[in-house]
Design a protein. Structure first.
Length: 162
C-alpha cells in the first residue's frame, strides 16, 4: 500500500507569509519555486500573489539576486557550462534579461580554465585509443556539462587534447 505524503494546508495567509519568509531566508529562491511551495501549502492564487508581493517588498525574494547566486554556485561549485546553467534558470522561469546579466558575471578566462580542467580530467579517464573516437567521447562529455561547441573545440585544439 502506497503512502502519499500529507500536504500541510495553511488556511491563514499570515502563517504562510511567515513560513515563506523562513523558506526564502534559508537560501535564495526563484519566484516560481516560492509560488509552487505556496500552492503546495494550500493557498489560493490571489493569496499566493499577495504573499509573493510582500516577500519582494521585504526583500526576501529577489529574482536578480537568485539568478546571480544560481550562476555562481553552478559554475564555481558544480563546474557547469553556460548552456546548462541557462537551461536550469529557464526551468525556474527566470526572465531572459536576468539570465543574460547573471551569465555575464562569469569571467571568460575562468570559464576556459574550467573547460580545460574538465577536459583533462575526462581525458585521463578515457580508455579509448583511436583518436577520433576519443575526441568524440571527450566532446560529448563536455557538451553534457553545458559548454559551447566552439569553446570546446578551441580549448581542445589549443591544448593538444583533440
Amino acid at each position: 500500500m502506497e503512502k502519499t505524503p500529507a500536504k500541510p494546508i495553511i488556511l491563514d495567509k499570515r502563517a504562510a507569509l511567515g513560513k515563506a519568509e523562513s523558506y526564502c531566508a534559508y537560501q535564495e529562491r526563484s519566484q516560481q519555486e516560492v509560488r509552487n511551495k505556496l500552492y503546495d501549502w494550500g493557498l489560493w492564487k490571489d493569496d499566493v500573489e499577495q504573499v509573493i508581493s510582500e516577500l519582494i517588498e521585504g526583500n526576501f525574494l529577489n529574482e536578480e539576486r537568485f539568478a546571480m547566486a544560481y550562476v555562481s554556485g553552478k559554475f564555481n561549485i558544480k563546474k557547469w557550462g553556460k548552456i546548462k546553467i541557462k537551461q536550469g534558470l529557464k526551468l525556474k522561469k527566470v526572465p531572459d534579461k536576468m539570465i543574460a546579466k547573471a551569465l555575464n558575471t562569469i569571467d571568460y578566462d575562468d570559464y576556459l580554465k574550467v573547460i580545460l580542467a574538465a577536459a583533462e580530467k575526462k581525458s585521463a579517464s578515457l580508455t579509448e585509443k583511436e583518436p577520433y573516437k576519443r575526441k568524440y567521447k571527450l566532446m560529448t562529455y563536455l557538451f553534457s556539462r553545458g559548454f559551447e561547441s566552439n569553446l570546446i573545440s578551441e580549448v581542445l585544439k589549443d591544448n593538444n587534447l583533440s
